[in-house]
Design a protein around this ligand. Structure first.
Ligand code: IMP
Ligand code: MG
Length: 179
């Protein structure tokens, strides 16, 4: 069973639903007079993005990017590669980046810098989770779900070696699984 590999559940499905609803409400208010160009960062954010956009009560376009920095392991390699770019031009658009977790911040720092060169009207970031103790690059999280300790988390889109993304809750992966 997948749950046997989880040390402790941090966020149940109920808490996730409540947090996503709250974030969606804040975003809907802040963008009251604007259209949103939402960008989900695959693969990790696919579950969060799908839930979040359904809680945003504004006209919205959806796009996705794939950025790779982690390979298959639990540590950042430090280099960021865009494996899949946006399908649309974002010039003049209000871009809302949707990410599962900001860890070192290196991936997001690179992506935001890259997107800024395309002349969007604005770029904001919504991240479900943040590990501030791990930060190596300065990243402003405009909408943050929770700050979490330096543990390896899985579920609700978060993976270890491509597994556990389908867990409905978020938990701490047992150390013996990845060490
Ligand atoms: P960063 O560049 O170090 O901020 O890397 C962020 C990316 O690493 C996230 O989009 C996740 O895909 C992945 N990541 C960071 N921490 C975790 C974790 O605890 N579990 C699963 N994936 C993680
Ligand atoms: Mg990711």
């Amino acid at each position: 069973m997948m749950m046997d590999d989880v040390e402790k559940v941090l966020f149940t499905k109920e808490r996730l639903d409540a947090k996503v609803a709250e974030l969606g409400q804040r975003i809907s208010l802040d963008y009251a007079d604007k259209e949103i160009f939402a960008v989900g960062i695959l693969k990790g954010a696919f579950v969060f993005a799908a839930d979040l956009v359904r809680n945003i009560n504004r006209p919205l376009q959806m796009d996705f990017m794939i950025a790779s920095s982690y390979g298959n392991g639990a540590k950042s390699s430090g280099t960021v590669k865009i494996m899949k770019d946006l399908d649309f031009d974002i010039a003049g658009k209000h871009v809302l980046l949707i990410e599962d977790i900001i860890d070192s911040g290196l991936t997001m720092k690179y992506l935001i810098k890259n997107l800024q060169t395309r002349h969007p009207a604005s770029v904001k970031l919504c991240a479900l989770l943040s590990k501030p103790s791990r930060r190596q690059a300065d990243v402003t999280i405009d909408y943050c779900g929770w700050e979490v300790p330096d543990e390896f988390l899985v579920g609700y889109g978060l993976d270890y070696a491509e597994k556990y993304r389908n867990l409905p809750s978020i938990g701490i992966l047992k150390r013996e699984i990845y060490s």
